[in-house]
Design a protein around this ligand. Sequence first.
Ligand code: DGL
Length: 262
Amino acid sequence: MHSRRIGVFDSGVGGLSVLAHIHRLLPHESLIYVADTAYIPYGCKPPEQVLGRCLSVADFLAGQQIKALVVACNTATAVAIETLRQRFSMPVIGMEPAIKPAALSSRSGVVGVLATTATLGSGKFNGLKSQFEQHARILLQPCPGLVEQVEQGDLYGEKTRLLLVRYLQPLLESGIDTLVLGCTHYPFLLPLIRQIVGDAIEIIDTGGPIARQLQRQLEMRDLRASAGSGTVEFWSSGECTLVEPVMSQLWQAPVTLHYLSV
Ligand code: DGL
């Protein structure tokens, strides 16, 4: 059981920002990553459609005899995490925008959240938001188009910068001192985001906490691998020749992709 792999998935390459934290924290674990690129973006699709994709990808991963599943996508988590937890007996770990630490630590009392339209519109997200609204004003900013820029590997270009300025400027004008990255694609835009918001704004991403949560779950169930160097295998439902170069860029090492036809 210890030597079984951990499955990780996202609608595309964004989940690599989470995978990197997992690989660094748990170097003995072997990982299998799925980018559901043929169906990206999840963030502007109706919940039923996102749920259907999550079930197909998760069933594929379960068929690979994984010992734990990480939903490295805020949108997929918001829509599908309960269903996935009911469907599988293995640990299923999901993303959650870091509203709690942001609201509790903000000194200006104004917090900004960048996420997809689907995440911000979900019942799960709004339930979380309402728990912390007495601590801070929580300003929501949907970011259509950003995921596509990351999928093209355009992390520094003018179009990406202009989109970010459009989304960040109103938050800055409203006095935020803390910015929550509520989509796993956005950490790849951190250098540009930092350039735009300056050094005084606290930026919170949940990749690190999710890796630690996975570690705790594995330890609790005595599933953690403790020797050997873990492998990482990459799959995509999109056109592999297009996705491979971007994955290699973001993973900072050559990636060989397997094609997923579910
Ligand atoms: N990476 C996904 C997330 O964390 C969203 C990407 C998409 O819209 O497909 O929400």
